[in-house]
Ligand binder design. Structure first.
Ligand code: FAD
Length: 318
């Protein structure tokens, strides 16, 4: 069976969930071969093997942490040349998309970004995207070279699929271009202890109806009772009530969680663009005519200041 390369997003050897989802999709196309780079890459093998990776190509070098994405692109290119895969799958993060685009250019291939599903086809992988603010889904196929596909988080389940996870060292020699842009400092963001917005299984978002920065405490309490990430509409972000990094929508982040709870959000098309592919959508809004109700699986017509605390209390009591 053809091999399928999966780029591994990991932090010091701990594999992030979107990569495990890619392994589920890769198994539909062929035999998954993971590519893990940087400090701790060798430690990813057990986790990747448990989720279907037959092989893990590993290269640990300081360059991956010291320079921007080009060393990673050159390593993936070396992996493509070594394996001749049927496809290359990369998580659809900002960095993942940059790596994938640069790789596609270097290997002369077509690229499809932000896939929400993948299946095997007679002439290569058939890729589903959600477009025009999730009004349509399209199916496409790369017609040139080795298909490079970035996949949005939460597009596939994480599945246990024991495989060998055999570590092989990847031979990489960096060009001058790889070390062209050095990282001079890193300032980690203060951790909230909540899951990353784009990867979270549950997202609770607040909009203008929340009425002020101090009231976002209610949204955070509900989120924490569910182990969820917190999102915000642009109206709430523009008002300075919540950071832009948490904005969901056309000019914010795209999320596709199992459960999305919109509180005090009207459901403007630009907001929908960022959350419409969520599996189950719940809205709490005091206006029964709010457009968000056209979209929801469950709607609560009511004042969020009454509904949200009760909901949090009920969930905590379970
Ligand atoms: P509103 O539309 O004002 O809705 C507030 C809702 O809260 C109302 O439905 C109201 O009934 C309800 N409400 C009020 N009080 C309560 C209460 N006590 N209890 C319950 N419900 C209550 N928007 C985004 O979100 N993300 C984007 O990325 C984005 N990008 C944009 C890009 C462009 C180019 C443009 C032009 C706009 C963009 N917008 C974006 C803005 C978008 O058009 C809307 O203005 C915005 O989404 C509205 O936010 P909102 O729903 O929080 O506010």
């Amino acid at each position: 069976m053809a091999e399928v390369l999966v780029y591994v997003d990991h932090v010091d050897g701990a594999v992030r969930k979107p990569t495990l989802e890619l392994l589920t999709l890769a198994r539909r196309l062929g035999t998954p071969v993971a590519v893990a780079l940087g400090a701790g890459a060798g430690n990813t093998a057990a986790q990747l093997g448990e989720h279907g990776a037959e092989k893990v190509l590993v290269h640990e070098a300081a360059e991956y942490a010291e320079y921007l994405v080009v060393p990673k692109v050159e390593a993936l290119q070396a992996a493509v040349e070594a394996v001749s895969p049927a496809a290359v799958l990369v998580p659809s993060s900002a960095e993942g998309k940059e790596i994938a685009a640069r790789l596609a250019l270097r290997i002369g291939s077509g690229i499809i970004t932000d896939a929400v599903d993948l299946e095997a086809g007679d002439e290569g992988p058939v890729v589903t995207q959600s477009v025009f603010a999730a009004s349509y889904t399209t199916k496409s196929r790369v017609t040139k070279g080795t298909p490079v596909v970035t996949v949005k988080p939460n597009s596939a389940p994480v599945e246990a699929a024991p495989a060998a996870g055999a570590v092989e060292q990847l031979a990489v020699s960096f060009s001058d271009k790889a070390t062209g842009t050095k990282i001079t400092s890193r300032t980690p963001r203060e951790s909230t202890g909540r899951p990353e917005l784009t990867e979270a299984a549950i997202v609770v978002s607040g909009g203008r109806g929340v009425g002020g920065a101090e009231n976002f405490r209610l949204i955070e309490e509900l989120a924490d009772s569910l182990g969820a990430a917190v999102g915000a509409s642009r109206a709430a972000v523009d008002a300075g009530w919540y950071p832009h990094t948490n904005q969901v929508g056309q000019t914010g982040k795209t999320v596709s969680p199992q459960l999305y709870i919109a509180t005090g959000i009207s459901g403007a098309i630009q907001h929908r663009a960022g959350m419409q592919t969520s599996k189950t959508i719940v809205a709490i809004n005091k206006d029964p005519e709010a457009p968000i109700f056209d979209l929801v699986d469950y709607g609560v017509v009511g004042d969020l200041f009454e509904v949200v605390p009760q909901l949090t209390e009920q969930i905590k009591a379970r």
